[in-house]
Design a binder for this molecule. Structure first.
Ligand SMILES: [Mg+2]
Length: 188
């Protein structure tokens, strides 16, 4: 057992899976030539009009044939391996509205059911649901790629912003990490 008992929580999109290339491709098909640094959820929504953004989200999160193309974030498999070897409890808390599509992608990438499965994966609706569930599960450390999610996780003591493109500012509200190797320093 770890010296201090941690319970870890992971967001899925932008943390476990990397949708940035898919976003570039779909945005391009909608007439937007974006750069990779413009793909994080909180930045792209300032660039694309709501109806265009909706089309992009429908493609990436609701179309199983497109969703399945997303690769894993580099380093996540080794981090999950180390976390499981260390017997640190961990959970996936995602706002994917169609869990079967999310699970299909995780299966395809080889991390379901090996690292995530029905016993440690939760699919919720609102940012507040993430906080409620994190609290119920006793999550001590949570990683997300959206600052607005971290800002509602009032009951999680240690919050991490996964910012692999290094586009967000430092903040007192979270610890910024740019890779899973860096996250490992806090999660292991
Ligand atoms: Mg996310």
């Amino acid at each position: 057992m770890p010296v201090k008992s941690k319970i870890l929580g992971f967001d899925m999109d932008g943390v476990i899976v990397d949708n940035s290339q898919l976003k570039l491709k779909i945005a391009k098909s909608l007439g937007f030539n974006l750069a990779p640094f413009q793909t994080p959820a909180e930045i792209i929504k300032k660039i694309m009009a709501p109806e265009m953004l909706r089309k992009l989200q429908l493609a990436i999160y609701h179309n199983p044939l497109i969703s399945i193309e997303a690769p894993l974030m580099p380093g996540i498999v080794s981090l999950l391996g180390e976390i499981s070897s260390a017997k640190i409890p961990y959970f996936l808390i995602s706002r994917r509205l169609e869990p079967e599509i999310a699970i299909g992608l995780l299966k395809k990438r080889g991390i379901w059911p090996k690292y995530f499965n029905e016993s440690n994966a939760l699919f919720v609706i609102t940012p507040e649901d993430k906080n409620t569930n994190a609290k119920r599960l006793g999550v001590t450390h949570y990683v997300d790629d959206e600052t607005k999610i971290l800002s509602v996780l009032e009951d999680v003591p240690n919050k991490f912003l996964f910012d692999h493109l290094n586009v967000f500012p430092e903040s007192n509200n979270y610890t910024k990490v740019a890779s899973h190797e860096e996250l490992a320093k806090y999660f292991l």
